[in-house]
Design a protein around this ligand. Structure first.
Ligand SMILES: N[C@@H](CCC(=O)N[C@@H](CS(=O)(=O)O)C(=O)NCC(=O)O)C(=O)O
Length: 210
């Protein structure tokens, strides 16, 4: 059986958890705090990051967008997350780039706020990326139920993960009031079992990180 190293707040790991659930692929969830020295990620990923998908032979797949590409390739036909149309497939991956990028920018800003001497310029730069990313996602969602091909897929997994992440990790960021269409879209996604079963939860980091 696959094992997935995950963390309770991780929007990247949540994408993988959602897709494995949607495809009905069983796996053992290993929940960690990747920032603490207790983490097992270095044993499976030279970049020491989660999510990590550990295969039955003990080898590992890491970087969430690559894990999803791996799963899609190996479990072809099992509730595909990508369209048969090449342009729709490529667009879905572009949406994932922006959704992941919003998370990346937020994480950089989050740790900057842990520093004694914080750079206002650096924080402003990262929040511009968050603002721009949410704007793009809201435009792509429009008034649709699903972003690509009117069918639940990768773009919805990625967009839903970043929106759910901000709901929990940055509830003060007003994306829902900025983009009521995105809020409506997210409320519908939240009714899916794969979303209900993977709602992010904050974690306590024990080690000194910055
Ligand atoms: N681009 C990576 C990002 C993964 C990532 O940053 N994971 C964090 C945890 S979380 O932000 O997803 O909760 C991590 O392992 N950080 C530890 C480290 O960077 O040393 C992906 O998509 O998988």
């Amino acid at each position: 059986m696959f094992k997935l190293i995950s963390a309770t707040p991780s929007p990247y790991a949540r994408k993988v958890r959602i897709v494995l659930a949607e495809k009905g692929i069983p796996f053992e969830l290993i929940t960690e705090v990747p920032w603490d020295n207790t983490t097992k990620t270095p044993q499976h990923n030279p970049l020491e990051k989660l999510p990590v998908l550990i295969l039955e032979d003990g080898s590992s797949v890491y970087e969430s967008h690559y894990i999803l590409e791996y799963i899609e390739a190996k479990f072809l036909g099992k509730h595909p997350m990508l369209s048969d149309d090449i342009d729709e497939r490529l667009f879905a991956k572009k949406v994932e780039v922006v959704a992941d990028g919003v998370c990346d920018a937020f994480v950089l800003c989050f740790f900057e706020k842990q520093r004694a001497q914080q750079s206002e310029e650096w924080k402003a730069r990262q929040m511009r990326k968050v603002d721009g990313g949410f704007r793009a996602l809201a435009e792509w969602v429009g008034e649709r139920d699903y972003i690509v091909g009117d069918k639940f897929g990768l773009a919805d997994v990625a967009t839903g993960s970043v929106c759910g992440y901000f709901d929990v990790r940055c509830p003060e960021y007003p994306w829902r009031s900025y983009y009521p269409n995105l809020a409506k879209y997210m409320d519908k996604l939240n009714n899916r079992k794969s979303f209900k079963d993977t709602v992010p939860v904050p974690q306590k980091i024990s080690d000194k990180i910055v």
